[in-house]
Design a protein around this ligand. Structure first.
Ligand code: F6R
Length: 614
């Protein structure tokens, strides 16, 4: 979604800001802009479309010396919410004087009321955005101290914000603030400070960062940071290390981040597993869960919450918890969670699953669960993310930065961590040592299984060539392979724009089968795990309607392979881990179909990497 960067230091602000915006591109956006100091006033450049277009504009409009000089500025990539993706709606927005510039992530919910009040005072607006209203409001509060003006305006705001503000009268500072939308500040190294909505932007400048909490605001100067709350009371926030290599944001030998991240999975999974399996006790060691054996044995339900791909990982977790730990488990779409007034108490174990740790709906679900006294933990990839910090206890994936909008390595790492959690819970309950050990060994073997699937990359690319045409595809699976089918369909639709739907294989004949016509592809996830025979029956129902069947099947399963028109083969595996190689094969399939269709794989239209609005 939208991205923010603010730079204050001694070198060229526009160049630093453009570099930062480039790094934010992966989040998904449709327009971009920046504001910098220029001889005592603010210069603003905005454009619809890509950061490269903004770079051209900046070079054309602020040539030579003017481009190079200003050492302070703020910039933004916008993912349209209020108003279409035009350059007028792009951020920064200015107050009425033109001396205050604002970039904003989030949504101002009471913007209509604020707009009416400002209109009554004679304000006119250039854009359709809620952000311009906030910029005007800050201007209204300004009487010589930009920090006070920002806090005054934010007291009037309902909704969410991560903001950066620049004021022509006070060129030695950028003001940042957050509520519900992340802001992280890279602290002064060699007389420069960078603030951003995403730590990956900071890695080039520093490894020492401060994450703001909700309702924090900060004065960012070249030589340091002052943090206060919105009532101007100083607060202390820890400086933490980033532990992120600058090279993590490079594509290396791959044409796309998605392809790179698919291939990083053996390493990502090894990182997720490392040190977390105890073969002597046939269990998993996940100290971040923060649960004593007694607390674990008292839990009555596991409730996972997440969105999109993370929701699908939770669906695999459902099976694992019930199967291994003999505990009722369910996964709920996070956006609905708080509105359905969930029944929770301290015996409910709520697991928030989120790669980014910033998804607004998942964060809201966490807060609701905490409010109701549930035992809440998180499963996040991004270290220091809001969900990870607010839950306090949790397990990090350690999958490394996921840049491509389509989630790949985070999904498989989520599944493997959920399996370890279920193993740990199971061993504290009724799971036998023998079964626990079998699963621990299977989990330990996952990176090698995935490497074998990756070896088939060229073969999968060849299969993909036969599925490039066409506008629809069905994905079917049963049991554990049902979430795999859903995830496979999600990958295909988001990056190739082929309309792909995942169904429980048995559900097809209750409606969707009406859409099957000769030649329509049906991707059947029919790995050799319990439920496969039933899936084969469902495949025959599709074949009888002329569908073209692409099977995801276990190597050597000749009878199943014979039922398919084409196959993606995966190595045999323990039923609970078999989901992982199957998904990896479907990630590669989706990737190659999208590549052959010439799609913008890493930044699909309309999508954002972390969805920080409700
Ligand atoms: C799909 C995808 C999304 C995310 C969803 C949740 O490839 O990436 O469906 O899974 O937006 O994001 P996180 O996991 O960051 O909460």
């Amino acid at each position: 979604m939208c991205g923010i960067i603010g730079y204050i230091g001694k070198s060229e602000a526009p160049a630093n800001l453009l570099k930062g915006l480039k790094k934010l591109e992966y989040r998904g956006y449709d327009s971009a802009g920046m504001a910098v100091f220029d001889n005592g006033r603010l210069a603003v450049a905005k454009t619809s479309g890509k950061v490269s277009a903004l770079a051209e504009k900046v070079r054309a409009e602020w040539p030579g010396e003017r481009f190079a000089r200003p050492p302070v500025g703020i910039a933004h990539t916008r993912w349209a919410t209020h108003g279409s993706p035009t350059s007028l709606n792009a951020h920064p927005h200015l107050d009425a004087s033109g001396g205050i510039a604002l970039v904003h992530n989030g949504i101002i919910e009471n913007y209509r009321a604020l707009r009416a009040r400002l209109e009554a005072k004679g304000h006119g607006f250039l854009s359709e955005t809620d952000t311009e209203i906030l910029a005007r409001l800050i201007g209204e509060f300004y009487s010589g101290d930009i920090f006070d003006a920002v806090c005054g305006a934010l007291h009037q705001v309902e909704g969410t914000f991560g903001i950066a503000v620049l004021c022509a009268q006070e060129p030695d500072r950028i003001i940042v603030a957050r509520r519900g939308s992340p802001i992280v500040i890279g602290v002064g190294v060699d007389g420069e400070c960078v603030a951003a909505s995403d730590a990956s932007v900071l890695v080039e400048h520093t490894q020492r960062v401060i994450y703001l909490d909700d309702n924090d605001a900060a004065i960012v100067r070249a030589d340091g940071v002052e943090i206060r709350d919105l009532d101007n009371v100083p607060v202390t926030r820890a400086v933490v290390g980033l532990d992120m290599a600058p090279s993590a944001a490079e594509k290396g030998r791959f044409a796309h981040f998605m392809h790179k991240e698919i291939h990083e999975q053996p390493e990502a999974l090894a990182n997720a597993i490392r040190g977390r399996l105890d073969f002597t006790r046939a269990t998993a060691v996940l100290s971040g869960m923060g649960t004593s054996p007694r607390e674990l044995s008292e839990l009555e339900r596991v409730v996972m919450v997440g969105c999109g791909t993370s929701l699908h990982a939770g669906m695999v977790g459902e099976y694992a918890f019930e199967d291994l730990a003999d505990i009722h488990a369910e996964v709920q779409q996070a956006a609905e969670f708080r509105y359905r007034n969930p029944i929770l108490d301290r015996r409910a174990f709520v697991v928030a699953i989120s790669q980014s740790g910033e998804t607004a709906d998942t964060l809201a679900a966490v807060r609701e669960a905490q409010q109701k006294g549930a035992f809440v933990m998180s499963l996040c990839n991004v270290v220091g993310s809001t969900i990870a910090r607010e839950t306090g206890r949790g397990v990090y994936l350690h999958a490394g930065p996921e840049i491509s909008v389509a989630s790949t390595k985070a999904f498989t790492s989520q599944v493997v961590v959920l399996l370890m959690m279920a193993l740990k819970l199971g061993r504290g309950r009724r799971l036998s040592r023998e079964d626990g050990l079998a699963l621990a060994r299977a989990i330990d073997g996952v990176p090698a299984l995935v490497s074998r699937v990756l070896e088939a990359d060229p073969a999968i690319a060849a299969v993909a060539e036969r599925f490039v045409e066409g506008e629809h595809a069905f994905y079917i699976g049963r049991g554990l392979m049902h979430p795999v089918a859903l995830e496979g369909a999600l990958k295909l639709k988001e990056i190739s724009y082929i309309h792909a739907e995942g169904y429980h294989a048995a559900e097809l004949k209750h409606g969707p089968i009406a859409l099957l016509a000769p030649g329509v592809p049906v991707v059947a996830v029919a790995c050799d795990v319990p439920g496969k025979d039933k899936t084969l029956g469902n495949i025959e129902e599709c074949r009888a309607r002329g569908a073209r069947i692409l099977g995801v099947v276990t190597e050597g399963d000749a009878d199943t392979i014979a039922c398919m028109d084409s196959v993606l083969t995966v190595p045999p595996a323990h039923p609970l881990v078999a989901t992982i190689p199957a998904v990896v094969a479907l990630q590669l399939f989706a990737y190659h179909v999208a590549r052959l269709r010439g799609c913008p794989i890493d930044q699909p239209r309309n999508l954002a990497k972390s969805v920080t609005v409700e």
